[in-house]
Design a protein around this ligand. Sequence first.
Ligand code: GSH
Length: 218
Amino acid sequence: MSILIHGVPPSPFVRKVRVFLAEKNVPYELKAQQPFGQSDEYLAISPLGKVPCFQDGDFTVPDSSVICAYVERTNPEPALYPSDPKEYAQALWHEEYADSRLAEVCAGPFFQRIVRPLFFQQEPDEAIVTEIVNEKQPPAFDYLEGVLEDGSEALVGGRFSIADVAAGSMLAQLVHADLDIDANRWPKLAAYRDAIHGRPSFKSCIEEEKAIFASLKK
Ligand SMILES: N[C@@H](CCC(=O)N[C@@H](CS)C(=O)NCC(=O)O)C(=O)O
């Protein structure tokens, strides 16, 4: 039986797992599971009611961070967690930063501009988008700009890792929300985003998602 990922493509946490699996060349099937109105059956395997959840036969485990850590053990190559202890800690930190702060500043506009109109037939609240763009994004982007080295395509140790899988997954929400990263103000971050989103793992997810949104807009 093949690996199942329960979730839906637009979720950045589902994308994170899909990109991670693609980077590892691990085949899987995506099983549609909305992040709301979950059945008792789904709550039994994902007690917080969130997506994604991983399933391999009768083994199940929820949470993107836990899933990626598990897959690293089952499929060690290519390594997506640094072996050096300090770099390992930094990579986990950047994963956490992406899953929390970047989620806040990237998923907010995505929710307004994609989720509300396409899934709830509601107008986006552009005042919320403007507030996030003007007030919340700059400190988060300043932080990442400070971390990135010139021309670097990786947040930690000069090598693509879980840190980049997590950050790139969140930054993709901005692509879908039609929000750019100002390359004059954050040149390293804008170039970094372009580089990681150019990887086949990200590219195929983002293209697939764009096609889904385009078909929903019709
Ligand atoms: N820590 C979780 C977060 C997952 C998460 O928040 N997923 C959202 C969808 S993007 C969700 O399922 N939300 C439903 C809810 O919070 O009830 C992970 O990394 O997988």
